[in-house]
Design a protein around this ligand. Structure first.
Ligand code: LLP
Length: 432
């Protein structure tokens, strides 16, 4: 077998028949930290962050900002890396905002998103002076107006629009259509802007749109930029205000299997930047601050999940000690992954098997069909591209504690999120 290089972390290598990531032997890590175990390769993670920053600095003549979308995976250590690499952070809950604060992310570089933010979340964001609250509905705008009435310094807001663009991706992660639950319909945008301009505690920064996730076709991203700029120009003509910031969201796709193309961050930056410049020239609008919000394309490839093979059922099934509790994506989106046997990575892939998770549900199948060496109980299965929307969506289904997360680099392994214990799981449990 060979590792498809664009699917595995940059540092992934097979030495002596074993998979190494970040200079660490995965077989040793699995023994040391237990399984299931998630690894995060620091070089791949920082590399993707730098690629975004450098690509936009090179491609966009105006100010550009890259905000990591924390919903893909968030913990304090990761947010500290976000700060070290000069990115901002997008959060979608009060607790994600708390993590931003614990990690020392400058609040000016934090945006709060969400289609159903609570008052408590809005209050925290206002009190901590986040750079922008991305407003999704007229109701939210009214509540935010009341919450900010006392402010000496107005709170910045971006208005999220529904650009009426159907992204070419899984229906569960397409968010830009006219019927989607996200964003202000274009028909009410003028009303929303008028309200922001008439609300003393709010300052209008600009517009935001996010059409979906796991996107490969960039023409829809270009179309999104065109809608943002056209709307901004229309609002300027009507209200005499010019946006400081426009954001086409995140969504750049990543390959999960060898047949999918590699993520091309420089090309994405060039296409988005060019679209912004062309549209702004056409509408005679000064170049705004351009903010992009990648999640998956920063963290997915850095992640590797390690599972112990628990047993076999006949020729077809391998059973492992994790599954939909730590990675719901195959069950939820029919997501596909690549995998190897980490302790026998030099051997030929001589059989096709399905990998069933440990959770008591027929839909808990991590890999429907994968070629591996003949696996036996005790072998170690490594799944690639496991960094995004896995641990962040993990549950304690079947009351199984959630895995640990280890940051690996230069032969060093650092625990950045410990394994959940039975006590953790039962901490909220009450007797009658
Ligand atoms: N900005 C906004 C407003 C978003 O809603 C999202 C993702 C992002 C940025 C980041 O998108 P990314 O670059 O990661 O594609 N759980 C699903 C993905 C849900 C995405 C939700 N929003 C999955 O596992 O495929």
């Amino acid at each position: 077998m060979s590792l498809a290089p664009h699917v595995w972390p940059e540092t992934a290598a097979v030495t002596g028949g074993r998979l190494f990531v970040g200079g660490c032997d995965t077989v040793v890590l699995a023994e040391q930290f237990g399984t299931p175990l998630y690894l995060l390769d620091e070089a791949t993670l920082r590399g993707a962050m730098r690629a975004y920053r450098q690509a936009f600095a090179a491609a966009y003549p105006g100010p550009a900002r890259v905000h990591y979308a924390g919903k893909a995976l968030l913990n304090t250590a990761l947010a500290q890396i976000v700060v070290q690499e000069g990115l901002g952070l997008d959060v979608v809950s009060a607790t994600e905002l708390l993590v931003a604060r614990r990690a020392g992310v400058p609040m000016a570089h934090v945006h709060l998103h969400g289609n159903a933010k609570s008052d408590a979340e809005l209050e925290r964001a206002v009190a901590w002076q986040v750079g922008a609250i991305v407003v999704d509905t007229l109701d939210e705008l009214a509540r935010l107006g009341a919450l900010t009435a006392h402010l000496a310094e107005p709170q910045g807001v971006l208005l999220r629009i529904a650009p009426e663009i159907e992204a070419d991706t899984h229906v569960h992660i397409a968010t830009g259509g006219a019927a989607a639950k996200f964003g202000l319909p274009l028909a009410v945008l003028d009303m929303a802007v008028a309200r922001v301009l008439n609300t003393s505690g709010l300052r209008w920064l600009g517009l935001h749109a996010h059409i979906g996730s796991q996107l490969f076709a960039l023409d829809q991203v270009v179309a999104t930029v065109e809608v943002l700029v056209a709307q901004a120009a229309r609002l300027r003509d009507r209200f005499g205000v010019t946006p400081v910031e426009l954001s086409p969201g995140g969504g750049l796709g990543v390959p999960y299997t060898a047949d999918q193309p590699p993520t091309d961050i420089p090309r994405y930056a060039e296409v988005v930047s060019a679209a912004m410049q062309v549209a702004c020239t056409r509408h005679n609008l000064p170049l705004p601050r351009l903010t992009v919000e990648p999640g998956r394309s920063i963290v997915a490839r850095a992640g590797v999940a390690l599972y112990r093979v628990v047993g076999r059922k006949g020729q077809r099934w391998l059973h492992i000690d994790g599954g939909m509790g730590d990675n719901i994506r195959p069950a939820l989106y029919s997501a596909r992954y690549s995998a190897v046997l980490a302790n026998r990575a030099g051997e030929p892939d001589s059989e096709l098997v399905a990998v069933g998770g440990r959770y008591c549900e027929a839909g808990d199948v991590l890999l429907r069909e994968i070629a591996l060496p003949p696996a036996q109980p005790g072998d170690l299965l490594a799944v690639a591209t496991a960094g995004a929307y896995t641990l962040s969506m993990a549950s304690t289904y079947n009351l199984v504690p959630r895995p640990a997360l280890v940051l690996v680099g230069d032969g060093r392994a650092r625990l950045i999120q410990r394994r959940e214990t039975e006590e953790d799981v039962l901490a909220r449990d009450m007797r009658l």
